[in-house]
Design a protein around this ligand. Structure first.
Ligand code: PRP
Length: 172
């Protein structure tokens, strides 16, 4: 398999700086948790957290809805839970991509039960054409077409996560 660049490192970083400024302006006070959904969102979390010009707290949650293939199994599983209670805190769920929406729909439900003061979603990539469940994404990096993407955290069979660009997988 080869790759074709869809979003360059520069485009990604410029957009994250904008999102960080927007988040900084939207949350003037109170604890703000950025909840990184493993594994794909780890690079986005790291860059977004540093682009927000205020104090943030970071947490990690493991969720798996995909097997080794390219499409969702439709089953969502918690593989690692949070270390902190989110009660009374502002919370932003940080995802690399919203595809069918099944994962986030489930997560918003699960995290909403922990009584945060507010709960929003930030996703670097959004494939609106693929949506099966409704999800409100407050901070979107890029809307992308329905192509299988890898890089900047996104994998295919656990490979390609460390590419700096977001790329489309192509048959050679
Ligand atoms: C990916 C991605 C989202 C989910 C989006 O995670 O990080 O969590 O799929 O798809 P959906 O909108 O169709 O639910 P994945 O399960 O591949 O785990 P990973 O981040 O560890 O690769």
């Amino acid at each position: 398999m080869g790759v074709r660049v869809l979003l360059t490192e520069e485009q990604i970083q410029a957009r994250i700086r904008e999102l960080g400024a927007e988040i900084g302006a939207d949350y003037p006070e109170g604890p703000l948790y950025l909840v990184c959904i493993l594994k794909g969102a780890c690079f986005f979390l790291a860059d977004l957290a540093r682009a927000v010009p205020r104090d943030v707290l970071i947490e990690f949650m493991g969720i798996s809805s995909y097997g080794k293939g390219k499409s969702s199994s439709g089953e969502v599983r918690v593989t690692k839970d949070l270390d902190a209670s989110l009660e009374d805190a502002h919370v932003i769920v940080v995802e690399d991509i919203v595809d069918s929406g099944i994962t986030l729909h489930y997560l918003v439900h699960v995290l909403g039960q922990r009584r945060p003061r507010s709960l929003k979603v930030a996703a670097l990539l959004d494939k609106p054409d693929r949506r099966l469940r409704p999800v409100e994404v407050a901070y979107t990096g890029f809307q992308i077409p329905d192509e299988f993407v890898v890089g900047y955290g996104l994998d295919y069979g656990e490979r390609y996560r460390n590419l700096r660009d977001v790329c489309v997988l192509v048959d050679e």
